[in-house]
Design a protein around this ligand. Structure first.
Ligand code: FAD
Length: 388
């Protein structure tokens, strides 16, 4: 096994870190306070190619392999201190673009991928509803076939990028037989269609520079040409694509962990108390050592998923482990960073408290830690899986 990056991956990594440090996140403190998405930085990401990293060149992207895409996202997470901006990019890529790449027709790819790569369209993923969270089969939004259209009715909640989105990947019930796995379908829904309304925005604790909202569909006619895959294939489309989301969406968190580690080392090596550097106290040094352990193990599990996907293989087990381990590790590392910085970590000046607020959503979105552990239990053949 070769764990090293090749020359091209090293070049890409260092270019991205330079770009992100120089160009992104300069207004993050104010944007975070205002709960404001930075269109300016979004466009810089688009111009740098970020929004098309995994997209083949023929559709306007960079054509990076899955492993190189993962390394690129890790570098973006390291260089860009605006975690919300990177989360917006992640929702666009892993909540929308990847669905088109893996399940779109040539016509759908030709219509949408170019503008998505260029940042002219912002993508979002619309699955959750007021009564549908972890239990995705309990969807209530309906899509009824009528001639060349499906007519959508229902409400989607907690949609990241929702207030600024142009294109939604929407899951809706097309069947009438309750909650079976063949009862729902996936649609590409442009937000300018009649019957699509962005009805509210959610104020939230962290990742405040990604805007989150609700979307309502009222007699919204979506052309059959916007159905992803075939009618009734929503669940297999969701489960095969979620393997990507659960790992790739967390690659930037490895970068964030490294950034927090660097900042913490710098601090404990310079701040002195009791006549010694903080890092000379074993209790402090061990916290920093644990940050390094979490960073390296998170990187290993993510690169393994990147490698599996580059080989065209399934990664359900590894993606599930990655989702749990990386998201929980970032929370622990951000917490430790606050602790070793003392009051300097707690007040807003250094941005460390923002890192902790940003980290706390990770174990909830893309399937909570408890749900991931339930999936793992089922994969291991245990009874204590999702259905209890
Ligand atoms: C920052 C953020 C961004 C998000 N972005 C999007 C988005 O873009 N699009 C979208 O569709 N949704 C989005 N969501 C919603 C997200 O997908 C849901 O929050 C998630 O699926 C959990 O659903 P819920 O919040 O309704 O919790 P619930 O399902 O109500 O669960 C509440 C608690 O019960 C636990 N629980 C539930 N079922 C089980 C079980 N079987 N076994 C053990 N424990 C269980 C959960 O782990 C959780 O702790 C986002 C959420 C957050 C926090």
């Amino acid at each position: 096994m070769d764990f090293g990056l090749d020359t091209e991956q090293c070049r890409i990594r260092s270019q991205i870190i330079d770009f992100a440090k120089e160009q992104l996140g300069h207004d993050v403190a104010e944007d975070d306070r205002a709960g404001r998405f930075s269109r300016k930085d979004w466009q810089k990401c688009a111009d740098f190619g970020v929004l098309g990293w995994p997209v083949p060149a023929e559709f306007g992207g960079s054509g990076y392999s899955p492993l190189t895409t993962m390394i690129a996202l890790e570098a973006l997470g390291y260089g860009c201190c605006d975690n919300g901006l990177v989360f917006a990019v992640n929702n666009h890529l892993w909540g929308c673009v990847i669905y088109l790449l893996n399940h779109g027709t040539e016509d759908q790819k030709n219509r949408f991928l170019g503008p998505l790569c260029e940042g002219r369209l912002i993508g979002a993923h619309a699955l959750s509803e007021p009564n549908t969270g972890s239990d995705v089969l309990s969807l209530e939004t309906t899509a009824v076939r009528d001639g060349d259209d499906y007519v959508l009715n229902g409400t989607k909640w907690f949609i990241s990028n929702g207030p600024v989105a142009d294109l939604l990947v929407v899951f809706a019930k097309t069947g009438v037989a309750g909650r079976g796995q063949d009862q729902f379908s996936t649609f590409l829904v442009p937000c300018d269609l009649p019957g699509v309304a962005k009805t509210r925005e959610f104020e939230k604790m962290g990742l405040r520079t990604t805007e989150m909202g609700a979307v309502e569909f009222t007699e919204c006619r979506v052309p059959v040409a916007n159905l992803l895959g075939v009618e009734g294939a929503g669940y297999p489309i969701f489960t095969s694509t979620i393997e990507w989301e659960r790992a790739f969406m967390f690659a930037n968190q490895v970068g964030a962990m490294e950034r927090l580690l660097d900042t913490s080392i710098e601090h404990v090596m310079s701040r002195r108390q009791f006549g010694r550097r903080l890092g000379a106290f074993q209790a402090v040094a061990h916290k920093v050592a644990d940050m390094k352990i979490r960073l390296e193990l998170s990187r290993l599990i993510l690169y393994r998923v990147g490698w599996l996907k580059t080989e065209g293989r399934m990664s359900l087990l590894d993606s599930t482990i990655a989702k749990i381990f990386v998201s929980e590790s970032l929370v622990q590392t951000a917490m430790a960073a606050v602790e070793v910085h003392g009051a300097r970590g707690y007040v807003s000046d250094a941005g460390i408290e923002r890192e902790l607020r940003d980290a706390l959503g990770g174990p909830i979105y893309a399937g909570s830690s408890a749900v991931q552990r339930g999936i793992l239990a089922e994969l291991l053949g245990l009874d204590g899986g999702l259905s209890g």
